[in-house]
Write a protein that binds this ligand. Structure first.
Ligand code: F3S
Length: 397
């Protein structure tokens, strides 16, 4: 792999330990994937922020990197394991909180913005079409590639941090035109009404289309919430973090090279909904905001709750600046007035909920997967309206 003089100097340690380690990671990755060189990145989004997932070894490694590491590109963080300022009221133990805060401090010492959100594109890290990125959060990578027309592979935590510390990433995969050509035609023959339906579609295409780049023909027009729900589910269930919607969004760099086609009908979507449903009737907790809710989604939830009181807990995850804007608009007061919680910096999948076996309702197919996996929850998937109704009654049916 070709390196510039500046990159070679970083690799030789001229800028210190962390930059050298970062270059070693990128060079190793580049060699594995046959990259010709490194490409400068406009922004980086780093996963591996929750102490729940990273543990003691991860914390030690980050603190070591933070001794002399400094970012060379705009870098933001994925959700952490707790609300960073209001963790006490969520029942987080002081031991966990101390480690989680140390972990975020290590990132901020390196110059990473402690945004703690999976939707950086909603709070100011908004890539332009064609820009190269090194983002790690899979739902954000899908959104950046497919809706915004930027270029990012799905990075791991260490490779994203390495990109932040050097301002570069190996040029392979979705940075290259030839890897961005659609190879799977998907005809969707059923209407999609809401974020849960789009998540179910992501489940079907992700599972059946494997890692192919999908070119979708869909009669329903998605909004921002539906696009982020679809992209999140698509990648979670095995799809490529790049898709195209015929007649909308960025066009592919070359004519589609469709080797395979897939028809998705109402029965396929129903099957997906059933696969993401664990069948219990009583609900313990309702979780919305996966990926993190936009201001418009918070407004929708405030309207659905207005003048009523919830019967069971309702959490809505969002980015802190979005929560702050919602506070100024009076939306937060309306949501909290109904008894629900808006949670910033984290989500129900990366926070240690400590409620094994509890049943949640969510509108996110990705949330179902991680809720089952990380926190051993039982799940129901349904529209935001149905989830809010479940919060008001405590029942799914
Ligand atoms: Fe974001 Fe957590 Fe969902 S990181 S995409 S809200 S699982």
């Amino acid at each position: 792999m070709r390196l510039t003089d500046e990159e070679r100097a970083l690799l030789d340690g001229s800028a210190g330990y962390a930059a050298r380690k970062a270059m070693e990671i990128l060079v190793a990755l580049g060699q594995i994937y046959d990259a010709t060189d490194l490409v400068p990145v406009r922004s980086v989004q780093i996963s591996g922020v929750s102490y729940h997932n990273l543990g003691e070894a991860g914390l030690e490694w980050l603190e070591q990197m933070a001794q002399d590491g400094k970012v060379r590109a705009l870098a933001t963080l994925n959700p952490a394991g707790m609300d960073l300022s209001d963790w006490q009221s969520h029942g987080v133990s002081p031991e966990f909180a101390e480690r989680q805060l140390r972990l975020v401090r290590a990132y901020t010492r390196m110059g990473v913005a402690p945004t703690c959100t999976c939707t950086p594109y909603l709070i100011g890290s908004l890539p332009a079409p064609g820009e190269h990125l090194a983002w790690a959060e899979s739902s954000a990578v899908a959104y950046a590639n497919s809706v915004l027309g930027a270029r990012s592979n799905r990075e791991g935590g260490p490779s994203a941090l390495a990109a932040a510390l050097t301002g570069r990433t190996p040029r392979y995969g979705l940075h290259l035109d030839e890897k961005r050509v659609p190879t799977l035609q998907v005809s969707v023959e059923a209407p999609l009404h809401n974020t849960a339906d789009w998540g179910a579609l992501g489940y079907v295409v992700g599972k059946r289309g494997a890692e192919r780049v999908a070119w979708l023909r869909v009669s329903s027009r998605p909004g921002l919430a539906e696009l982020k729900s679809f992209g999140a589910a698509l990648v979670t269930f095995g799809g490529s973090p790049l898709f195209y919607l015929e007649g909308a969004g960025p066009a592919p760099p070359a004519a589609p090279n469709i080797g395979q086609s897939l028809k998705v009908g109402a029965a396929d979507l129903r099957e997906a909904m059933e696969a993401l449903d664990d069948g219990a009737d009583a609900i313990d907790l309702v979780c919305l905001g996966c990926p993190h809710a936009s201001l418009a989604e918070l407004q929708q939830i405030a309207e659905l709750l207005d003048g009523q009181q919830i019967a069971i807990e309702l959490w809505i995850s969002t980015a802190r600046p979005t929560a702050e804007a919602a506070r100024q608009l009076g939306l937060l007061g309306r949501i909290e007035g109904a008894g629900a919680k808006v949670v910033a910096d984290t989500c129900f999948a990366v926070a240690p909920l400590q409620r094994p076996g509890a049943t949640i309702a969510t509108d996110s197919a990705k949330g179902c997967y991680y809720g089952r996996g990380h926190n051993r929850l039982r799940v129901h998937l349904g529209s935001v309206e149905r989830c809010v109704q479940a919060a008001l009654t405590g029942r799914w049916r």
